[in-house]
Design a protein around this ligand. Structure first.
Ligand code: FES
Ligand code: FES
Length: 166
């Protein structure tokens, strides 16, 4: 069966069982390896991507739920050579230790900033709660998001870098 979905601005016709989790398609078919497999049960957030503007756990999002919709992955937020503003803030605040949670943290934070360019600390904390970091870098992650949230032009914080590798 074919599922038509836009991923990082690019239309895709995906041939796979409709029950296949989006995470598997991203990593195994499209070589978008930013989103990670952590728990596979919607409990850690390592696999978070943005679906029609909202953060979702791609490990429990089947292709059947994606027809005609738009997905953004961390690869669309910037690249190693040209990090987006949120990525640059994560680097500046050294928010990553092992880094396993970071793609999910970035995409979840991006979804918030897209809807609320200047969230309060409380809004940031509540929004980020579903994503876990077992290295305990939450304070640094929050500092990075806060810096972007308090910046002059939140829109510039997440200029898409469609197709770029993260
Ligand atoms: Fe998807 Fe943990 S791998 S929520
Ligand atoms: Fe290691 Fe978050 S940096 S899990």
């Amino acid at each position: 069966m074919t599922t038509r979905v836009t991923i990082n601005g690019k239309p895709q016709a995906l041939q796979a069982d409709p029950a296949t989790p989006l995470l598997y398609v991203l990593r195994n078919e499209l070589q978008l390896n930013g989103a990670k497999y952590g728990c596979g049960m919607g409990q850690c957030g390592a696999c978070t991507v943005i679906l029609d503007g909202k953060p979702v756990f791609s490990c429990i999002t089947p292709l059947a739920a994606l027809e005609g919709r738009a997905v953004r992955t961390v690869e669309d937020l910037g690249s190693a050579d040209k990090p987006g503003r949120l990525q640059a803030a994560f680097i500046k605040h050294q928010a990553a230790q092992c880094g396993y949670c970071i793609a999910g943290m970035l995409t979840r934070a991006q979804a918030l900033l897209d809807r609320h360019p200047h969230p309060t600390d409380r809004q940031i904390v509540r929004h980020m709660e579903p994503n876990l970091c077992r290295c305990g870098t939450h304070h640094r992650i929050l500092a990075a998001i806060r810096e972007v949230a308090q910046g002059p032009a939140a829109g510039a914080a997440h200029a898409p870098a469609t197709g770029a590798a993260a």
